[in-house]
Design a protein around this ligand. Structure first.
Ligand code: F0G
Length: 354
């Protein structure tokens, strides 16, 4: 089998890659598209998940970040900066380390998952935690990047969108065509923008068709659905705890052009989908990711998704990113036993004979 060489190499014809673009890669992309057999049967649809948690830093951000960091380096930048709910900072820090650039991240204090923080620390980023939310952090770094020679790598950087659109290409190749419906979590709305761009470009080149784009915000952070900025967004899905999405208009446009919809799901629906996915399908994705599954369940119940439809739900981040929430919501806890074979056997036999 040929070695996968990362998205800048594999999709160079679709990307702003030039001879001067550094060949940066952590072999991101080429993530699995897994059919969900039990959930498909239960819902009466053909449901697949695009497992973006299989990327090198555990989220879809790697696709956009490899492109943005490579271009920053090509353009002579020495430092990159981002605001983040965690995954962007992990990816930025990793690719900056790989490219030999400095990385500064600004995060909302106390509102980023432990695994993500651990990644930024390990990859050697300079980390500033503000007593504010993501939207406020983004405002600050946007202004800072205009004043200082620092490259902004949030998804307002167009190279991020370019890299992230490659996931849509992969889905078309893996399915043989675009799905009827693409379900995706929405936070800052960069990713839904990127997927829609990707599906359109691939369709022009390869006639792969176009899906209806269904985006899902968390109910406590549903600015687009409510059509107003949410000053104090709140959700268990910290990755999408965003009240003023930067790509707001483009998300609305993706939904309108594709005859799709931006919708919302509650924290309870997100957690239910989170557990269901792990227990019934063996797939552990972080809570924000599961907004896509929660959304499919909700819309199928309302008959907004027709029986027999082919649906791809994007699982944006790995479940291991946020171990704290997993331990909080799980009703299974390890049972501590004495180091005694007889006692252990008795307990295990109790489970086997249940
Ligand atoms: N899912 C996960 C796991 C995310 O980390 C994010 C965004 C989204 C979904 C939403 O994607 O913003 O393109 O609509 N995380 C950003 C971050 C904000 O800083 O890591 P979006």
């Amino acid at each position: 089998m040929m070695m996968w060489r990362g998205i800048l190499h594999e999709y160079r014809d679709f990307l702003p890659v030039t001879e001067r673009t550094p060949q940066l890669s952590l072999q991101e992309g080429n993530t699995p598209l897994i059919p969900l057999q039990r959930l498909s049967k239960q819902l009466g649809i053909e449901l697949y998940v695009k497992v973006e948690g299989a990327n090198p830093t555990g989220s879809f951000k790697d696709r956009g970040m490899v492109m943005a960091v490579a271009k920053a380096k090509e353009e002579g930048s020495h430092t990159i900066i981002c605001a983040s709910t965690g995954n962007t900072s992990a990816a930025a820090a990793a690719y900056a380390a790989r490219a030999g650039l400095r990385c500064i991240v600004v995060i909302p204090h106390g509102k980023i998952a432990m695994g993500k923080l651990a990644q930024a620390v390990m990859y050697g980023a300079e980390i500033f935690a503000i007593e504010g939310n993501f939207d406020e952090a983004l405002k600050m770094v946007r202004r800072l990047s205009e004043m200082a020679p620092i490259t902004l790598v949030n998804s307002v950087n167009p190279y991020r969108i370019e890299g992230q659109k490659t996931a849509a290409f992969e889905i078309c190749d893996q399915l043989g065509k675009a799905p009827d419906i693409l379900s995706i979590p929405v936070g800052n709305a960069g990713n839904i923008t990127a997927y829609w761009k990707g599906f359109k470009e691939y369709h022009v080149k390869k006639q792969t068709g176009l899906p209806e784009m269904r985006g899902f915000e968390a109910e406590g952070a549903a600015a687009i659905v409510r059509n107003r900025v949410i000053e104090q967004p709140e959700t268990v899905a910290t990755a999408i705890r965003i009240g003023n999405p930067a790509s707001w208009e483009r998300a609305v446009q993706a939904a309108e052009e594709s005859k799709g919809k931006i919708d919302e799901v509650s924290d309870a629906e997100i957690i239910e989908a989170y557990k269901l996915l792990a227990r019934k399908e063996g797939i552990f994705a972080e809570p924000a990711s599961c907004a896509s599954i929660a959304g499919v369940i909700k819309q199928r119940k309302r008959n907004e998704i027709q029986e027999g439809s082919t649906v791809v739900a994007v699982l944006t981040g790995n479940g291991l990113k946020d171990p704290t929430i997993a331990m909080e919501v799980a009703d299974i806890q390890p049972l501590v036993l004495p180091n005694d074979e007889k006692a252990v056997f008795e307990h295990i036999q109790g489970v086997v004979h249940q």
